[in-house]
Design a protein around this ligand. Structure first.
Ligand SMILES: *Cc1c(COP(=O)(O)O)cnc(C)c1O
Length: 422
C-alpha cells in the first residue's frame, strides 16, 4: 500500500498534487511519501513484535537524511556498507548501538571510524578482514563486536546481479569454512563474537530461500555454542521483494511468521536488514516529456530524466510502471520511454503500452524509492535531481538539485597544462 493515488485525474502524493510540486521544483525530481515510509516500517515492525529483533534499514537503498530520520524516529537502526553511510546514519540520529556494518571491502580507516562510534557490530566477510579489524581495534583501544557473514549457498530466484548468497558469489564465508574463522575470531584479543549473519540477495519473492538460509544459520549456531561461543544475534539480512509489476512477494507478516516458526524458542535476537521493502514503493521519479519521435520501427517518448538518475532498467533490466501525472483520454500506444543520455541502455520502459504522451506532459516512474537516487550519477555531466518529501498537505525539498558548480567542484586544472614544452 502506498500514498501515490489519483484524485479525479491528477496524481497525488498524500494530499499534494504531483503537478504542483513539479511547478515549484522543476523536473526531474524524486518524490517520497512520509506516510508510506512510516507505514511500511510500522507494518514490518508489527510483524516481528513478539520476537526479539532489531530492524536495521539498509542505508544503501536510500541514504537521504530525511528518509533516515523518519526511520530513526520510529526506532529503526541502520545496516551500513561504508563509512559514508555511517556518517549519514549518525547525522540522521540513528543510535550507534543499532548500526551494523556489512560489506566485503571495509578499509581499516572505515573500521576505525565505526569503532570510535561504538556501533553494534561488524559483519565480517573474510579472515583477512577479521585480522585487520582486530589490529584496528587494538590500535585505538576498543573491542570489535562481530558476526561472521556466512554464504549459505542458497538459490534465491532473482536477477543474477542481485544474488549474493550463492557459493559462487563474492559475499560471506562458506559455512564449512566459517568454523575456522570463528576459531580465529575467538582467539583474537580485540574481537568479541556476537552473531552469525547472512544476506542472500535482493528482490526475493519467495520465503523458502530465507528459511533455507535461517536453517543453515541455526545449525551453525549449535556448533558454535558447542565451541563455547556466546551467540546473541542471528542476522538474516534484507532482500524481501516488492511489487513493481505483477510480482506477488510475501507480505511482511507472512515473512515474519515463517521466520518466527523457524527460529523457535530461543534467546537469540534476530537482526533484519530490509531496504527495498521499506522505501521502494514509497518513492517515485517524476520527469517531463521533452519530445516524441516515431521511426518506422518505434515510437519514442524522450523525457528529461535519464539512466544517470535511475539506472535500474539499464543495470538490472528492471520494470518500473509508467503513469501519467495527469490522466487524459488520449489513447494508449506502444512506445519506448527513454532519456537524453547517449547510451542505448538509457531507457525506462521498452515496447510498453502507455498514454500517447506529448511534450510538456509529466510522467511518474513508479517504485523508484529504492536504489533510485542512491545509484544516481553525474554521467553526461547531468546534475543529479532534487529530492522532495511530502507529509500530508506539506512538502519539502530534502535534497537540493545539483548545480553546474557542484558538477566541477573539486576539479583542478594543473598549471603544467599549457606550459611550453621543454
Ligand atoms: C543491499 C543489502 C541489504 C538490503 O537489501 P534489500 O533487498 O534492499 O532489502 C541488506 N543487507 C545487506 C548486507 C545488503 O548488502
Amino acid at each position: 500500500m502506498n500514498h501515490f493515488i489519483y484524485k479525479k485525474d491528477d496524481l497525488y502524493c498524500e494530499d499534494v498534487s504531483v503537478a504542483s510540486i513539479a511547478d515549484q521544483v522543476g523536473t526531474p525530481f524524486y518524490l517520497y511519501s512520509y506516510a508510506t515510509i512510516n507505514r511500511h516500517f510500522s507494518v514490518f515492525e508489527d510483524a516481528f513484535k513478539d520476537l526479539a529483533h532489531l530492524t536495521c534499514f539498509s542505508v544503501k537503498s536510500n541514504p537521504n537524511l530525511a528518509v533516515l530520520r523518519v526511520l530513526a524516529s520510529q526506532g529503526g537502526g541502520a545496516d551500513i556498507v561504508s563509512a559514508g553511510e555511517l556518517f549519514r546514519a549518525l547525522k540522521a540520529g540513528i543510535p550507534p548501538d543499532k548500526i551494523v556494518f556489512s560489506g566485503v571491502g571495509k578499509t581499516s580507516d572505515e573500521m576505525g571510524r565505526a569503532l570510535e562510534s561504538d556501533i553494534l557490530m561488524f559483519n565480517v566477510e573474510s579472515d583477512q578482514e577479521l585480522r585487520v579489524l582486530d589490529k584496528t581495534a587494538q590500535d585505538i583501544g576498543r573491542k570489535a563486536r562481530i558476526a561472521i557473514r556466512i554464504n549459505p549457498d542458497v538459490a534465491p530466484k532473482t536477477h543474477p546481479y542481485i544474488v549474493t548468497g550463492l557459493g559462487e558469489n563474492k559475499f560471506g564465508i562458506p559455512v564449512h569454512d566459517s568454523l575456522a574463522t570463528y576459531t580465529l575470531a575467538k582467539a583474537l584479543k580485540n574481537i568479541r563474537v556476537k552473531g552469525i549473519s547472512c544476506h542472500i540477495g535482493s528482490q526475493l519473492t519467495e520465503i523458502d530461500p530465507f528459511l533455507d538460509a535461517l536453517n543453515k544459520l541455526k545449525a551453525l549456531l549449535r556448533e558454535l555454542q558447542g565451541m563455547g561461543l556466546d551467540i546473541d544475534f542471528l542476522n538474516i539480512g534484507g532482500g524481501l521483494g516488492i511489487t513493481y509489476d505483477d510480482e506477488r512477494p510475501p507480505h511482511p507478516g507472512e515473512y515474519a511468521r515463517a521466520l518466527k516458526e523457524t527460529m523457535g524458542d530461543s534467546n537469540i535476537t534476530l537482526i533484519l536488514e530490509p531496504g527495498r521493502v521499506i522505501i521502494g514503493n514509497a518513492g517515485i521519479l517524476v520527469t517531463k516529456v521533452l519530445y516524441t519521435k516515431s521511426t518506422t520501427h518505434k515510437r519514442f517518448v524522450i523525457v528529461d530524466a535519464g539512466m544517470n538518475d535511475l539506472i535500474r532498467p539499464a543495470l538490472y533490466d528492471s520494470f518500473h510502471a509508467v503513469q501519467p501525472v495527469r490522466v487524459t483520454d488520449s489513447q494508449m500506444v506502444e512506445a519506448d520511454l527513454v532519456g537524453p543520455v547517449c547510451e542505448t541502455a538509457d531507457f525506462f520502459a521498452m515496447n510498453r503500452k502507455m498514454p500517447s504522451f506529448k511534450p510538456g506532459d509529466l510522467v511518474a516512474i513508479m517504485s523508484a524509492g529504492a536504489y533510485g537516487f542512491s545509484m544516481a550519477s553525474n554521467y553526461n555531466s547531468r546534475p543529479r535531481p532534487t529530492e522532495v518529501m511530502v507529509r500530508g498537505k506539506r512538502f519539502s525539498i530534502v535534497r537540493a538539485r545539483e548545480t553546474y558548480d557542484d558538477l566541477i567542484s573539486g576539479e583542478i586544472i594543473p598549471e603544467f597544462i599549457g606550459e611550453d614544452k621543454d
